[in-house]
Write a protein that binds this ligand. Sequence first.
Ligand code: AMP
Length: 308
Amino acid sequence: MSILVVGTVAFDSIQTPFGKAERCIGGSATYFSLAASFFTAVDLIAVVGEDFTEEEMAVFRGRRIDTRGLQRVSGARTFYWSGEYGYDLNVARTRDTQLNVFADFRPQLDPAQRNTDVLFLANIHPELQMDVLHQTKRPRLVALDTMNLWIDTRRAALEKAFSEVDLVVINEAETRQFSGEANLVRAARAILALGPKTLVVKRGEYGVLMITGEAAFAVPAYPLENVFDPTGAGDTFAGGFLGYLTSRNDHSESELRRAIIFGSVLASFAVEKFSVDRLREITIADIHERYRAFRRLTHFEDFEAIDS
Ligand code: AMP
């Protein structure tokens, strides 16, 4: 089983109340691939410029990440995002987005990539997401993420994209923004009405809400004392969530719930250091240990009815 992802491989400049990092490695597909590769093989489809050297490429090496679909364009520059956070780390403010090599990236999937079992359309413009989806031979699971920039600038294409996928992973503010609905459950229903069976709403430090049909599942974020940089938490969550699901070949309610916890566990590591630094250090044993701590955190027993 393997998962194909298309999204950004980027340089990010980030400022948080705890420090800043200039031109560090980022990108939606980067965080996703690192997280998913703990559970399954990943095929990465993206593009970088000449400024993304072998030194940066080392981030993908020694892991189950196939980078044959990561093109390098000479004489061009890598996608660049600059953002900042105030004390409310749930809100990122974009200072600058430069698409650079992504402006006219049209990848050609090879036959093995077209036959992928699972496809993740990580955050990037919806036309590119659809271009990749339409080259595949109907994977058993297609999931998509997006962000406010594309809701503002590519609304129609995004609606079409929502209608063609099984699962949408999106953050809370963007769920409200897309639907124009303040109540989160109603806002979620408005997206589900377009076609996806499952919606996973990322709520930053408040955790995750998953809605499938009439059923819902909610967990808090793992409580951490040190959160340095929330960048990539959402993509890392998606990588843990879909990486685990891909490895199980089973989308039952209980596996979906385990996947939500693995996603939350991976995201909790990502925010402990800047960029992908923490994801590069951890092992699968660290992930299993935090999964068990998460279970203790959220477990509670049924009550005995008291006769009054
Ligand atoms: P998040 O998980 O939402 O914090 O994603 C952060 C990552 O998304 C950063 O590493 C950025 O490089 C990347 N990013 C920011 N803006 C965009 C965009 N408009 N399209 C695709 N990727 C983006």
